[in-house]
Ligand binder design. Structure first.
Ligand code: ATP
Ligand code: MG
Length: 569
């Protein structure tokens, strides 16, 4: 491709709306252009990368025997009403009406549509298992679109759905996708980890998220410093260390703590460490009020609390609800004297071992000192209710937990019969018995993957593309195309390199050398071949973008050098 005819609007200035490197660079290198918040066009260079990632995804999906289809982005509301998601999905779902006033959605995901295809097309165990996938534009009206195409409102996703006759089949389909994802992200040159995530009602090892490691990631990953354990913060199990303190319980004491509402204020006021205090937090779990107790230096994990009750919805109680249910102002809530109140008291397992702790007294400006759970109040259930912390023991091997941040680029999930039951997607088994299909779903954010790779592969001058998804392999630059020797050599090399099957971007523009080099670093193609003043001596300069390594090569050696260098990248 000749750069003189390429739509490549590079920017020198850093766009003010961009907060993170990949967003800035994707705008500056002319890969994408915003149309409206969270909605982007892909310009030629950007779309070439999207196509490369798409190709890798397609090859690996096909390799795992999944079948590519294409489903409509526009879907009738009735399908979403069948599964209850017309209500449950909330404002993220883009809804619209046609001229006959019928309601539709723009698909944020395709469980409903694909299940309707399976329901109509498959009726016997003989046609299972099957895995259907597509690569398509998705729509989600995100509350806060940001980070460019990382969290967009219109984005490209690969979504796959497996249908099996039983759980073992699902496990196999899931593993095949897990393996395919591992190959895909490896091929894309990404530094990633597959982490266990919360599977909600399904439980068990029912879901993994594939995370690109990056400081700008919105998710916290807890990983072990000595084994391969990695889990999303919300999911990581805390090992109960159960150690009695050996302290003797002292007499309960009510202390005046005027306007002391937070744990930080309390520990300072009483001169006690946070692990001597208990936070009491009121939640509404489905229809029930639950008071959750957690050690002052720990953080409550509301997903674990939700799972303890097998609930669908969990909300922190409002100030008003706290007053209505417990008769206590927020900041002084505590577990003592609640026998008559409509509330269940549960606690994190670490609370079980506490002696002489401090809790809110349930009235303004007072706390209790020297409380001991079991003696001063009853807990109906203890469990793992807190977030794991750095330094905690690994639940798999006892090693030490560390934290990293990640961008979720892929997600594999065992759905079970959640959709097939609601939508009556059934088949007849070997004995002629009707059963719901067992489903899994598997997503990859194609556009987010592109951005995550940029986030991981750049320097202060621009992007550093991994060869596998670079928009072109080679950047061929004629420093001064007005010079006859340079032009002749450049044109001839352009011809030869293209002939040899490489993708080459040929900068034949009548621009200053400085501009060309700046653009080249910004765009970040793996290998740059520059034809300058030494063209008359038959010499060119080759530079590897990643290492910065530069070498002068005889023009007739360029092809060999190039082949060898690229094979090592
Ligand atoms: P997130 O927690 O980041 O919102 P999600 O759990 O909603 O993601 P899924 O429903 O599992 O995401 O979608 C599958 C994949 O699609 C994700 O792993 C991610 O790579 C991508 N994706 C999801 N939402 C967006 C978005 N708003 N913009 C770009 N890619 C997205
Ligand atoms: Mg989301």
């Amino acid at each position: 491709m000749r750069q003189s005819s390429l739509l490549l609007p590079t920017l020198r200035e850093v766009p003010s709306e961009a907060e993170i490197a990949s967003h800035k660079l994707m705008l500056r290198a002319g890969l994408i252009k915003q149309l409206v918040s969270g909605v982007y066009s892909y310009l030629p260079l950007g779309y070439r990368v999207v196509r490369k990632v798409t190709q890798i995804v397609r090859e690996e999906m096909d390799r795992s025997e999944a079948q590519e289809i294409s489903m409509p982005a526009i879907q009738p509301a009735e399908l979403w009403q069948e599964t209850g998601r017309w209500e449950a999905y909330g404002p993220e779902l883009m809804r619209l009406k046609d001229r006959h006033d019928r309601s539709f959605v723009l698909g944020p995901t395709h469980e409903e549509v694909v299940t309707s295809i399976a329901r109509d097309g498959i009726n016997s165990y003989k046609k299972l298992p099957i895995n259907l996938y597509q690569i398509q534009t998705k729509y989600r009206d995100e509350v806060r679109p940001r980070f460019g195409v990382i969290r967009a409102r219109e984005f490209i996703m690969k979504d796959a759905y497996s249908f099996d006759v039983d759980r073992d089949g699902l496990d196999r389909s899931y593993q095949a996708m897990y393996d395919a994802y591992t190959r895909i992200f490896t091929r894309c040159g990404m530094d990633f980890r597959a982490v266990e995530a919360d599977a909600g009602a399904i439980g068990g090892k029912g879901t993994h998220e594939f995370m690109a490691l990056s400081d700008i990631g919105e998710d916290t990953i807890a990983y072990c410093n000595s084994c391969n354990y990695a889990a999303n913060l919300e999911k990581a199990d805390v090992v109960y260390q159960g150690q009695a303190s050996g302290e003797t319980s002292e007499t309960l004491e009510k202390v005046h703590t005027p306007a002391i509402k937070t744990i930080a204020q309390l520990t300072e006021f009483l001169g006690l460490p946070a692990e001597k205090t208990i936070k009491s937090l009121l939640f509404k779990v489905d229809q029930q009020y639950v008071l959750a107790l957690i050690r002052g230096d720990h953080e409550l994990n509301d997903i674990k609390l939700k799972n303890m009750f097998d609930a669908n919805v969990i909300d922190m109680a409002t100030e008003q609800e706290v007053m209505e249910v417990l008769g206590s102002p927020v900041g002084f809530v505590g577990p003592i004297g609640l026998q008559e109140k409509p509330v269940a008291i549960v606690a994190d397992q670490a609370v079980k071992d506490m002696v002489n702790a401090v809790v809110g007294a349930g009235v303004a400006d007072y706390h209790y000192k020297n409380i001991t759970p079991g003696r001063d109040f009853e807990v109906s259930q203890y469990g793992d209710l807190r977030n794991i912390q750095e330094g905690d023991p690994c639940p798999q091997c006892g090693g030490e937990i560390r934290f990293a941040r990640g961008i979720e680029v892929g997600h594999v999930f065992k759905l079970g019969t959640r959709y097939s039951e609601k939508m009556k997607a059934t088949f007849l088994d070997e004995n002629g018995k009707e059963k719901p299909m067992i489903m899994g779903c598997y997503g990859i954010g194609i556009s987010r993957t592109v951005a995550a790779v940029v986030e991981q592969n750049h320097d202060e001058n621009g992007i550093i593309w991994p060869l596998s998804i670079a928009p072109f392999h080679i950047h061929l630059i004629a420093v001064n195309p007005k010079n006859e020797d340079q032009l002749k050599l450049a044109e001839s090399l352009y011809e030869q390199i293209s002939q040899a099957g490489y993708e080459v971007l040929y900068d034949d523009r009548p621009e200053r050398a400085g501009v060309k080099f700046k653009d080249a670093d910004l765009i970040g193609l793996p290998l740059r071949i520059t034809i300058g003043a030494k063209a008359s001596d038959g010499l060119v300069e080759c530079k590897i973008r990643k290492s910065g390594e530069m070498q002068e090569i005889a023009a007739d050696q360029v092809l060999d050098y190039m082949k060898e260098t690229l094979s090592k990248l």
